[in-house]
Design a protein around this ligand. Structure first.
Ligand code: DSN
Length: 408
């Protein structure tokens, strides 16, 4: 007889987090709600299994079922993104990026990536990340309009002669022209890598150009717009590169793969290949634009948007730092994150703005009308035009009519 010990302390905290997720308006652009089926796989007995290595080439016995699960995950993700090879083992997007750099470059290799404050990711060369310690990073800025300036990127690439150009960002609200990037890479004879973590779901739904058609390596997380479990993937069409990627993930950077998470990824890839997911991704774009347009009509300084997010300049609009604005919204149940704006004059701890995204609440059923209400609530809170209790009540009315997030 097995005794099941209930850890009440942790259970209580999970219950409270479930309540927070249900009662709040989640506008963090990198978050989403994975389906119950994905979460059940992630909480399954697959966590018990060691499977170092790859399907049919493991260092442990008893891998016949996890082999099948991992093969299915690989097949599904390759089909979803129309690519030949995949590694589904990265524990995170950062691990995926580390392995991708290792597969493509020697230590000290030169990478040209976006200025980090303009929307890049820590692993794209931040001084506090491994990336800048192992590789030499140079950067391209956004243009004055906050958009990629492909002529400028070419000019810098010709000057710097990088080994690799990196595209794909954490806070870029516009479509990315991967074909143009590839042409620049061809012109300066360098490799091309894309980190599509933020827009993977839009790409899966064919609402954004697919970087797999152009890049030597594409990395991603699986938990943002793709709506899967927390984790990473690496994709390529090159057989030689996937061999290097595989050894960079195991044994170089990681040990045993998380087969429970890989099962969750497999389910997510199936979900993302459906018509319903396409409708969902389309609604994400519509809701984001609706909220942005509404704020703009109220004369608030916001970026444009082609995808699941936009940036709100809180300093110019409300004389609030991003941090102050984030706290004011959090106080009424609207969760966002402070974010650097292109050419920001404040520090990353303060910032001049917020990043706002609709991937998560669109999963719960947020519609265009709700997106308009949310714009008015954001403006009302940040300008002090609306009373706190009124906003809390409106937040409650919206979240009560949306899909409920189950605890398990
Ligand atoms: N931390 C993620 C984001 O919020 O965009 C990037 O990995």
């Amino acid at each position: 007889m097995v005794t099941i010990l209930m850890d009440q302390e942790i259970r209580n905290l999970i219950a409270l987090e479930t309540k927070r997720q249900n009662n709040g308006i989640e506008l963090i652009a990198s978050e989403n709600y994975a389906s119950q089926e994905v979460r059940m796989a992630c909480g399954s007995i697959l966590t018990n299994k060691y499977a170092e290595g790859y399907p049919n080439a493991r260092y442990y016995g008893g891998c016949e079922y996890v082999d099948q699960i991992e093969k299915i995950a690989i097949e599904r993700v390759c089909k979803l993104f129309n690519v030949k090879y995949a590694n589904v083992q990265p524990h995170s997007g950062s691990q995926a990026n580390a392995a991708a750099y290792r597969a493509l470059l020697p230590n000290g290799g030169k990478i040209l990536s976006l200025v980090l404050n303009d929307g890049g990711h820590l692993t794209h060369g931040s001084p506090v990340s491994f990336s800048s310690h192992l590789y030499q990073f140079v950067h391209y800025p956004l243009g004055r309009d906050g958009k990629l300036d492909y002529n400028k990127i070419l000019e810098i690439a010709k000057l710097e002669k990088p080994d690799l150009i990196l595209a794909g960002y954490s806070a870029y609200p516009y479509a990315i022209d991967f074909k143009k990037f590839k042409e620049i890479c061809n012109e300066v004879s360098c490799l091309f890598m894309v980190d599509m973590a933020h827009i993977a779901g839009l790409i899966a739904a064919k609402l954004h150009e697919n970087p797999c058609d152009y890049a030597d390596i594409v990395t991603s997380t699986t938990h943002k717009t793709l709506r899967g479990p927390r984790g990473g993937i690496i994709l390529t069409n090159n057989e030689n590169i996937i061999k290097k990627v595989n050894s960079a993930i195991f044994p170089y950077y990681q040990g045993g793969p998380l087969e429970h998470i890989i099962a969750g990824k497999a389910i997510c890839f199936k979900e993302a290949s459906t018509k319903q997911f396409q409708t969902y991704a389309n609604n994400v774009i519509i809701n984001t634009k609706t909220c942005k347009d509404e704020l703009e009509s109220l004369k608030i300084k916001v970026s444009g948007t082609d995808n699941h997010l936009f940036l709100l300049n809180t300093l110019d609009s409300y004389n609030l730092t991003g941090l102050e604005a984030q706290k004011k919204l959090e106080n009424v149940g609207i969760t966002t994150n402070k974010n650097m704006l292109p050419n920001d004059t404040l520090t990353p701890k303060e910032t001049s703005g917020l990043r706002i995204g609709f991937a998560a609440i669109t999963t719960r059923g947020c519609n265009q009308n709700d997106a308009k209400i949310i714009a008015k609530l954001i403006d009302g809170v940040l300008s002090n035009k609306l009373a706190e209790n009124y906003v809390k009540n409106e937040v409650s009315n919206l979240t009560k009519k949306w899909l409920k997030i189950e605890e398990i």
